[in-house]
Design a protein around this ligand. Structure first.
Ligand SMILES: [Zn+2]
Length: 270
């Protein structure tokens, strides 16, 4: 499932290939991925326009639209992506590259194509009318998890009395963390997923904050939460997997509907 680091990867795809190059054609292969937007809106509004520098917030990716030779203004539309469980953004250099069965939208440019690919179509793509619409869309989100200060992190956690796993994956508390990042960060910090946010000591919060940034820094560079052997993520999908730190068999449970993996030795129950 795409989380903050994956969406950073998609932001880099856009920034490297699609900025300030006129869109020549838009193909809507599957209108089910469009949100509050008709196929006609995309295919008529976008050709001839350029995308400005993209911006990520939480798991959302925004590509402001502008007319060639002009800057994006607050009354210009923005192309907004959310990748749900299985979405991705792919650049194809060679025009004519065969379509993937899950390619849903194609944004053609002179020297290639940007493709929105998504198997399950749980979220999707929209074209907002102006910048205010983007603000409204993002208004329920908490602060972005990247570059979050320790003081703000502490405030967010103390503002909700919740189990850690539920609090950290709630986008209105913090924007950007999903299942993999949260389990990884809790495992590194040695905190049980059911630990209550309001029962954390000051040093627990500081350790959690430090691990949050360490995990994000590496994951953003890699464009995903790396499934490395020294990471919990490298083992979480294997049955009977040992904790990569202490060798104790990992445990799993469903917490708030999410598959949760932890080490009973490194993360004792509160
Ligand atoms: Zn362990």
């Amino acid at each position: 499932m795409p989380e903050l680091p994956d969406v950073e990867g998609f932001r880099r795809v856009l920034a490297q290939h699609a900025v300030d190059r006129p869109i020549t054609r838009v193909e809507v292969l599957d209108p089910q991925v469009l949100r509050d937007t008709s196929p006609r809106q995309l295919t008529t509004a976008l050709p001839g326009t350029d995308l400005a520098k993209p911006r990520r917030y939480g798991k959302w990716l925004m590509a402001p639209v502008h007319q060639p030779g002009h800057r994006h203004g607050k009354d210009d539309p923005t192309l907004v992506f959310h990748f749900g469980m299985t979405g991705s953004l792919i650049w194809n250099d060679a025009a004519g590259e065969p379509l993937h069965p899950h390619d849903r939208l194609v944004f053609a440019m002179e020297d290639g194509e940007l493709r929105y690919r998504d198997m399950r179509k749980l979220q999707g793509v929209r074209l907002t009318g102006n910048d205010h619409d983007v603000e409204v869309l993002l208004s329920d989100l908490g602060p972005d998890a990247k570059d979050l200060s320790l003081a703000e992190f502490r405030d967010r956690l103390q503002g909700v009395r919740r189990q850690l796993k539920a609090a950290l994956t709630d986008q209105s508390v913090l924007a950007g963390l999903g299942n993999l990042l949260t389990d990884e960060i809790l495992w590194r910090a040695g905190l049980h997923p059911r630990h209550l946010t309001t029962d954390l000591s000051s040093s627990d919060v500081a350790r959690l904050h430090e691990e949050l940034h360490d995990v994000l820094r590496v994951s953003i560079r890699r464009g995903c939460v790396p499934p490395d052997d020294s990471w919990l993520t490298g083992w979480r999908d294997q049955p009977e997997a040992p904790c990569p730190r202490c060798g104790t068999p990992l445990r799993r449970m469903h917490l708030g509907g999410r598959a949760t993996v932890w080490c009973p030795h490194c993360q004792p129950a509160p």
